[in-house]
Design a protein around this ligand. Structure first.
Ligand code: PGA
Length: 252
């Protein structure tokens, strides 16, 4: 079902201390959010237990990546079954840092998505164009292709376990953000690609990510096809993160 989600991706940041202080604050504030937003925290996997303990059920928890195997001799990897076993609900798949730094392809994204949904978790599948692609007028076609290929193995009953995050690569961690109108246009385009694929497009949550802060969240979240945000840097500041969650209009 389409729902409003604000997810904080800590990336390779944080500590036990941050897990205690930040999640303690978020846990205390999350109960007073009256706009129906689901708050998700995606810490480094090693802190998942700390975050879960501190969250006391007030927020959902996810992992930033899983391997493309179920188990075995893959030193350093964790599986989606393990993420589920540890108490997670979400898995980020295909974040642009995974694509750019670790060479993840759309084919690999598709394999991981299949494993994530098979284990009953929800995949937050990240897509987005580079600055060069945007400037060459290729943004929509690049993103459409990432959506088609990355979700090519999703079977009809599994769409309920898919969330998409549109994150223009040039906006991640740069302080530059897409205008609300440009983000809305891309989200509408993604929804039409999903429709073409036979997915229940109106039921799928589409998040925007890339330098979302308290001062630009309200404009982004008021767009009709933007169902929430994937927040990097600003999710490491408890007050800023909760402010972003509050900017969701209660009526949308
Ligand atoms: P940012 O990161 O908010 O720091 O730009 C977003 C993300 O990478 O998910």
């Amino acid at each position: 079902m389409r729902r409003k989600i604000v997810a904080g991706n800590w990336k390779m940041n944080g500590s036990k201390d941050l897990s205690e202080k930040l999640v303690g604050y978020v846990q205390a504030e999350a109960g007073s959010l009256d706009n129906g937003v689901e708050v998700v925290i995606i810490p480094p996997a090693i802190y998942i237990r700390d975050v879960l303990r501190q969250a006391e059920g007030a927020v959902s928890v996810g992992v930033q990546n899983v391997g493309q195997w179920q188990s075995g001799a893959y030193t350093g990897e964790i599986s989606s079954e393990m993420a589920k076993d540890a108490g997670c609900d979400y898995v980020l798949v295909g974040h642009s840092e995974r694509r750019q730094i670790f060479g993840e392809t759309d084919e690999l994204v598709a394999e991981k998505v299949a494993l994530v949904v098979a284990s009953g978790l929800t995949a937050i599948v990240c897509v987005g164009e580079t600055l060069e692609e945007r400037e060459s007028g290729l943004a929509e076609s690049v993103v459409a292709s990432q959506v088609r290929l990355g979700l090519s193995a999703v079977s009809p009953g599994d769409w309920k376990n898919i969330v998409l995050a549109y994150e223009p690569v040039w906006a991640i961690g740069t302080g530059k953000t897409a205008t609300a109108e440009d983000a809305q246009a891309m989200h509408a385009s993604i929804r039409s690609v999903l429709k073409e694929m036979g997915a229940p497009a109106e039921e799928i949550s589409l998040l925007y990510g890339g330098s979302v802060k308290a001062d630009n969240a309200a404009a982004l979240f008021s767009e009709s096809d933007i169902d929430g945000g994937l927040i990097g840097g600003a999710s490491l500041d408890a007050k800023e993160f909760i402010s972003i969650c509050r900017y969701f209009p209660a009526s949308s």
